[in-house]
Design a protein around this ligand. Structure first.
Ligand SMILES: Nc1ncnc2c1ncn2[C@@H]1O[C@H](COP(=O)(O)OP(=O)(O)OP(=O)(O)O)[C@@H](O)[C@H]1O
Ligand SMILES: [Mg+2]
Length: 144
């Protein structure tokens, strides 16, 4: 789908955020959303829209250098939003030492991963995949 401009991006991210819910059942783990796309394709912008829709008040900036940021959520289906930018990682182990297995074990965590292909071995099979493409005044978003 074509998304023109930042307002439309925020609206689409909010729509997406409202229709995801934690996995249930005994073996349930975190909901992982893998955002693929080139530099500047809109992955962080989309994540900011999700964060806003889930009531995150503080500004959500790209975790390019810190790799991972954690936002506590209140009165939402999820209790935590975890935003990971794997761009600078070259090995899945680098994310494991940041506590990946602990955060993915909690079904109430919503984990958004930019550059999932850099940590492909850690992305669960039931992750939600979204692709972003384009530059300039609009972006193409593809679910699945
Ligand atoms: N739908 C859109 N329409 C117009 N501009 C957009 C749209 N989405 C994002 N942008 C703009 O594109 C630029 C890059 O977006 P963003 O930082 O979200 O990309 P990214 O995919 O996270 O890149 P990186 O891989 O470097 O982290 C920003 O200036 C943002 O405002
Ligand atoms: Mg980004």
């Amino acid at each position: 789908m074509k998304i023109s401009g930042l307002v439309a991006m925020e609206v689409e991210a909010a729509r997406f955020a409202q229709q995801i819910a934690p996995h249930q059942g005994e073996s349930a783990h975190a909901t992982v959303v893998a955002l693929q796309g080139d530099l500047g394709a809109g992955k962080t912008t989309f994540t900011q829209g999700i964060a806003r829709a889930l009531g995150v008040g503080e500004s959500v900036t790209s975790p390019t250098f810190v790799i991972e940021k954690i936002y506590e959520l209140t009165e939402q289906n999820f209790t935590r939003l975890i935003h990971i930018d794997a761009y600078r990682l070259t090995d899945a182990h680098e994310l494991e030492v940041l506590g990946w297995h602990e955060v993915v074990a909690d079904p109430l965590n919503l984990i958004i991963v930019e550059w999932p292909e850099h940590v492909a071995a850690l992305i669960p099979e039931n992750a939600i995949h979204i692709s972003f493409a384009g530059t300039g005044d609009s972006r193409e978003i593809i679910y699945g």
